[in-house]
Each structure stands twice: as structure tokens, then as C-alpha cells.
Design a protein around this ligand. Structure first.
Ligand code: URP
Ligand code: ZN
Ligand code: ZN
Length: 448
């Protein structure tokens, strides 16, 4: 036994108990009362602390090239920031070029990530075209360890409804999951063109060009197609009340429809786009109005509708965001969150808004289950990976760019007061974060 965490309160999605945790060779060897150390065992006293499974953030964009822009964090700084926010697994994306073999794009992305990652990671496969070759290659992708496919209903690389339906049929055959970014392309493009021609170019018009109805229309459409095909779908970054209603209805009818939301949609409203730094909050779908925020919190509280919380971490540095200061269509889309999400949700739990168990379910247990990483990830239990967060419910933390570990040069979370904070993160039994400092190393993480 290398490590013994004593006297803490273990909180999993299913409940809590005062238990010791014995760790050996990166795995949890046993969980129980009054566990005895070996001669070489490091003992950590977790009195007064909660012992939680590390978060599983299934939506990050590290080293993403987006036209002329590139997201600020690479796989090193991104996973470093993640570890410092209590995240022990991330899932990022492969974005193959049109015509490129999916498997070779996957191998290239792994080769980029492997030497840099400080925590375990996996990948989703992006699909920007659908043809017999692509549908055929989906099987090879699965054989290479990736079982989730991401598609868009907007951007140049969107799929048509027919292509989306064909993808779902194939995914169902292969027992794979299709993730979808849902916004109605025609409506939002018409809005953007109209606003630009009218000289309405500020960040507020980013929101007005793709408001609640634009997202809801696409969410309802993808659910309709998925129901028709009897296939499961996972809606990424759900941000609007009407879309959530459609998800809840489909779930109540027994359809395998899953939805993820993100901390930016839970903590801010579209009013941020009226601020002078509104461009820093520009992401798609945009952050919506108070009614949507309330509905999303209801989905979080009610144990239905919202299944996971992930971050869509995709920040762009100030100089890149500034390129769109006079024209919202030129602002690179995306915000930061990988270091903020788990502490923020746990803080809301600490303030009594949800239970800690539900926070763990949304941020760790459910994402691990939905993406096939359980029971290795998402739980503190015998046999699981020793991906463990020690959480001090009494620590008060104020977020500032200066105390974050990402490469991004600002944070939309600046000044946010967090009640309770992770004080240690272990990735497969190795200490990677302690009291504000990063202790991990590049290459420690593995593709899972
Ligand atoms: O604005 C966002 N969300 N940027 C990242 C790419 C995406 O659509 O998820
Ligand atoms: Zn998206
Ligand atoms: Zn994304």
C-alpha cells in the first residue's frame, strides 16, 4: 500500500460515509474503517475533509485550431488546470479534415496529447461529412477505443438532417453514442447577416443572433430524428429552457436522450454580453436569459433533464477576442471553465443548493458511465482508479486569473467567491495538486 487517506468523509453519487481509503499502484485497494498502513505507506489525515471522485470533464477543446485562431491551452496546460480544479479525466475531440481517415486523425491527436497530458484522457471523434467510407470507418474508430461521435447542426462542417439520421442509424448498429451541437443554422445565419447589414455589431448581437428559439428549434429537431431512428443522442452544452423541456419529455417517454450543461450557463445570464468585456463571454450557444438559467438549475436539481455538467473549455486569449471588438462575427467562440466547474458546482452544494452527492453524480459518476469509463472512473470504491479529490468545505476561495493554472490571460470567473475548495487532487494515486500548487507531470496521463 502506497497511500492511506484516513478520517475523511467519502462522498460518491450514491451516498456518504466516514471511511479510510487505501491506495496501491494507482488503484483503490480497499475502502473501510480503521484501515492499517504498511511500513512504506504515506498517511494523509483527511479529518474535516470530503473525499470525492475526481471530476470527469467530457467536453474540452485543448489545442483546437479554429481558422486563424487557436485555443489558449494545449494538452499540458489544459490538463494541469484541470487537475488544479479537481478534474482527473478529460475527454477532448478529434477533428479530422474532410477526406482524412478517421483512424489516422485519431492516431495523430493521440500522438499530440500523449506526451503532454498530466491526467487520463479520452477522445470523441468529430464527423464533418457522412459517406459510405466514413460510416464504414466508424467501426475502426471504435476498435481504436473511441465510441462517441460528435456532429454539428451549424458551422461550415454541419451535417444535414439526412446525414445526421444516417449517422444515428450507423451509431445504433455499432452501439456508439452521437453527441450533437444543436443550433438552427439557417435562422442564426440570417440573423447575423441582418445585424451586420444594419451595423449592429456589438457582443449583445451575438446573443440576439442565436437566442433561445434558435437553439430550441435545433434541439427539438435532433430529438425528433433520434426518436425516429430509435438511437441515443447526447446534447452538448444545453443552454435553453425550451430545449431542456424537449429533453425532459423525451426522457420521460423512455428515449435514450442525454443532456449536458456547462457552468457558464448556470452562473451567468445573457446580460454579460452588454458588458464592455462582453466578447470574453462569447461562446456558442450563447449564455441565455434568466428563465433559461432557472430552468437549467431545475434540471440540475430535479435529477432529470440534465445528466452531466462539463465545461466546453475553449478559451481564446485577449488579443484574439479583441479581433472581434467591433464585429461580433469575428470573435472566436469559447470560454474557460476546466479549473472552475467542479469547485463552482461543489460550492453551490456547500451553500445548500444541491446535494454533494448530486454534484458528484453530474460532474463525475454520470459522465464516466455515459462515456464507458465506469467503474474505473467516477467513483471512490475498491478497484477503481485512485482519482481522488480532498475537498475542504471551509476553505473560501476567490477566483482570479492570477490563481488559475491555465495559459489564458483573463477569466470570466474573475472575483467569483467559492465556498469550499479542493485542497488535493490525486491522479491514479499520484499527487498532482495541493493547496494551490501543481505537482503533476506531462505524460503521466494515459489514453483510456
Ligand atoms: O463556443 C464554443 N462552444 N466553442 C467551442 C466549440 C463548440 O462549439 O463547442
Ligand atoms: Zn459546440
Ligand atoms: Zn465544444
Amino acid at each position: 500500500m502506497n497511500l492511506l487517506i484516513k478520517n475523511g468523509t467519502v462522498i460518491n453519487a450514491v451516498g456518504r460515509e466516514a471511511l479510510d481509503i487505501a491506495v496501491s499502484d494507482g488503484k483503490i485497494l480497499s475502502v473501510g474503517q480503521n484501515l492499517k498502513p504498511g511500513t512504506q505507506t504515506e498517511i494523509v489525515d483527511a479529518s474535516g475533509l470530503f473525499v470525492l471522485p475526481g471530476a470527469v470533464d467530457v467536453h474540452t477543446h485543448f489545442e483546437l485550431n479554429f481558422g486563424e485562431f487557436s485555443s489558449a491551452d494545449d494538452f499540458y496546460t489544459g490538463t494541469k488546470a484541470a487537475a488544479c480544479g479537481g478534474v482527473t479525466t478529460i475527454i477532448d475531440f478529434v477533428t479530422p479534415d474532410k477526406g482524412e481517415s478517421l483512424v489516422s486523425a485519431l492516431e495523430k491527436r493521440k500522438a499530440t496529447a500523449d506526451p503532454k497530458v498530466c491526467i487520463d484522457y479520452s477522445l470523441h471523434m468529430g464527423l464533418s461529412e457522412v459517406n459510405d467510407k466514413v460510416l464504414d470507418e466508424m467501426r475502426d474508430v471504435i476498435e481504436h477505443g473511441v465510441r462517441s461521435f460528435k456532429v454539428f447542426t451549424t458551422y461550415a462542417f454541419r451535417l444535414t438532417d439526412d446525414e445526421f439520421a444516417r449517422t444515428l442509424t450507423r451509431a445504433k448498429e455499432l452501439n456508439a453514442l452521437v453527441m450533437v451541437h444543436a443550433e438552427d443554422h439557417e435562422t442564426l445565419e440570417a440573423n447575423r447577416a441582418r445585424f451586420i447589414s444594419e451595423g449592429k455589431t456589438d457582443s449583445w448581437h451575438h446573443y440576439l443572433s442565436r437566442p433561445e428559439a434558435v437553439e430550441a428549434k435545433a434541439v427539438k429537431n435532433v430529438i425528433k430524428i433520434a426518436k425516429n431512428k430509435g438511437a441515443s443522442i447526447y446534447i452538448v452544452h444545453l443552454a435553453c429552457a425550451e430545449g431542456l423541456n424537449a429533453v425532459e419529455k423525451a426522457q420521460a417517454e423512455g428515449y435514450p436522450v442525454y443532456a449536458e450543461t456547462c457552468p457558464q450557463y448556470l452562473n451567468f445570464t445573457c446580460d454579460v454580453y452588454k458588458r464592455p468585456d462582453g466578447r470574453n463571454f462569447v461562446c456558442s450557444p450563447p449564455i441565455k436569459g434568466q428563465a433559461s438559467q432557472d430552468a437549467l438549475w431545475h434540471g440540475v436539481l430535479a435529477s432529470k433533464g440534465i445528466n452531466t455538467i462539463a465545461t466546453d473549455h475553449c478559451p481564446f486569449n485577449t488579443n484574439e477576442k479583441n479581433l472581434g471588438k467591433d464585429n461580433f462575427t469575428k470573435i472566436p467562440n469559447g470560454v474557460m471553465g476546466v479549473e472552475n466547474s467542479y469547485p463552482y458546482i461543489l460550492s453551490e452544494a456547500n451553500k445548500g443548493r444541491i446535494s454533494f452527492e448530486r454534484a458528484v453524480e453530474l460532474c463525475s459518476a454520470n459522465p464516466a458511465k455515459i462515456f464507458g469509463l465506469a467503474p474505473q472512473k467516477g467513483i471512490v470504491a475498491t478497484g477503481a482508479d485512485a482519482d481522488i479529490v480532498l475537498y475542504d468545505p471551509n476553505k473560501i476561495f476567490k477566483i482570479s486569473q492570477k490563481n488559475m493554472h491555465s495559459k489564458i490571460d483573463y477569466t470570466i470567473w474573475e472575483g467569483a467567491a467559492i465556498k469550499g475548495y479542493p485542497v488535493r487532487t490525486y491522479s491514479k494515486g499520484k499527487l498532482v495538486y495541493k493547496d494551490g500548487e501543481f505537482y503533476g507531470k506531462a505524460g503521466h496521463g494515459q489514453f483510456i
